[in-house]
Design a protein around this ligand. Structure first.
Ligand code: SF4
Length: 354
């Protein structure tokens, strides 16, 4: 496991002259690269290396960036619980991850030191869920819940499933791609139960779906756990039509349904990853018709300041007409049915990148 400047330099992922700057970054934000991820990095600036190798620019935040970009802290009624929407809430049982992504929106909190909720804190969280019957879904996140032992993960899921109004559990994780060997049959079995558990895998590039990662996902799926994928649109990682197509196709081959494509949250020192929303819309629009609808995620923005997640398109309706996958407009009648043939493509207004 690579955890700091010395390890990065020894592995050929950083230059010796950058040691002091990387040590400053490492003192501020956690660094970890698993052997499985290291094996995927061909060059430090390739789509895998960019996600995990620290950069001195991380200590130079842009004016619009925020330590808590999606407002978790203000919506936390007690340690480990975040309640933003009426029918669901987050439980963060620990803040440890298998790797530390350089664009992470929780980068001010996650790290190998901890955030592990004590038994008393977990009991307090369960009591809070019992007292909030409108909450039907608990989303385990962190950190990464699959860094827990099978025994502890199973105990948490069973405790939540025993609350009568909890009808859905979700586990958000990077482990199957970042450290597939950690997904043992016992860890997968910990997610079996009477209340459905859905796994949401965070992956951003097709190359993350190695044979070991796909096998790990198979073990989870074999436990009756449906698999969803979430990705972040990242400059230099997946900001092309081909990269997104390859990523979503790799997910589907691994039985993972692409669920969300996130606009980057403005966490401190992450500006080098930013892709404008309009560019994300153009990329997704270009995928329409090019890939199966199963490969189509919802492109979402978490409104900074804790105002929640909203879909941000792309839309296909324009001024009483609908645009098809080839870029042609079709007029709609008042009932919403197409009337008349397609008009020529207007590449100037809504161009489709090829
Ligand atoms: S695995 Fe998730 S929580 Fe952990 S560093 Fe990456 S994005 Fe952040």
């Amino acid at each position: 496991m690579i955890r700091g400047a010395a390890g990065l330099i020894d592995a050929g992922l950083a230059q010796p002259e950058d040691r002091a700057a990387l040590e400053r970054v490492g003192a501020r934000y956690a660094v970890a690269i698993t052997p499985a991820v290291r094996a995927l990095i061909e060059r430090p600036d390739d789509p895998i290396g960019r996600q995990f190798i620290p950069d001195p620019a991380e200590l130079d935040p842009a004016p619009h960036e925020r330590a808590d970009p999606i407002g978790d802290d203000a919506l936390s009624p007690l340690p480990g619980v975040v309640h933003r929407y009426p029918d669901r809430a987050l439980l963060k049982p620990l803040l440890v991850c298998p790797v530390y992504c350089r664009f992470c929106f929780r980068r001010e909190h996650v790290g190998p030191g901890g955030g592990l909720l004590s038994d008393a804190q977990l009991e307090a969280a369960y009591a809070w869920f019992r007292a909030h019957p409108a909450v039907r879904e608990v989303i385990l996140t962190g950190g990464d819940p699959l860094m827990l032992s099978p025994r502890r993960l199973g105990a948490i899921l069973r405790s939540l499933a025993a609350i009568p109004h909890i009808e859905l559990l979700r586990v958000h994780t990077r482990v199957p791609v970042a450290d597939p060997a950690r997904v043992t049959a016992a860890l997968a079995a910990a997610m079996e139960g009477n209340v459905p558990v859905w796994l949401v895998l965070h992956a951003n590039h097709a190359r993350e779906f190695t044979r070991d990662a796909v096998a790990a996902l198979r073990r989870v799926g074999a436990a009756g756990v449906p698999l969803l994928g979430q990705s972040v649109l990242l400059r230099g990682v997946n900001d092309s039509v081909q990269a997104l197509e390859d990523l979503f196709r790799a997910m589907l081959r691994a039985r993972v349904k692409p669920y969300y494509l996130h606009q980057l949250d403005p966490a401190p020192g992450t500006a080098r990853f930013a892709v404008p929303i309009e560019e994300g819309q153009r990329l997704l629009r270009a995928l329409r018709g090019r890939v199966t609808g199963l490969a189509w995620p919802t492109f979402v923005l978490d409104i900074p300041g804790g105002h929640g997640k909203v879909p941000v398109g792309p839309g296909f309706l324009e001024d009483g007409a609908v645009r098809d996958a080839a870029g042609r407009l079709h007029a709609l009648d008042e009932g919403g049915a197409p009337c008349g043939g397609p008009q020529p493509a207007r590449g100037d207004k809504v161009g489709i990148p090829r």
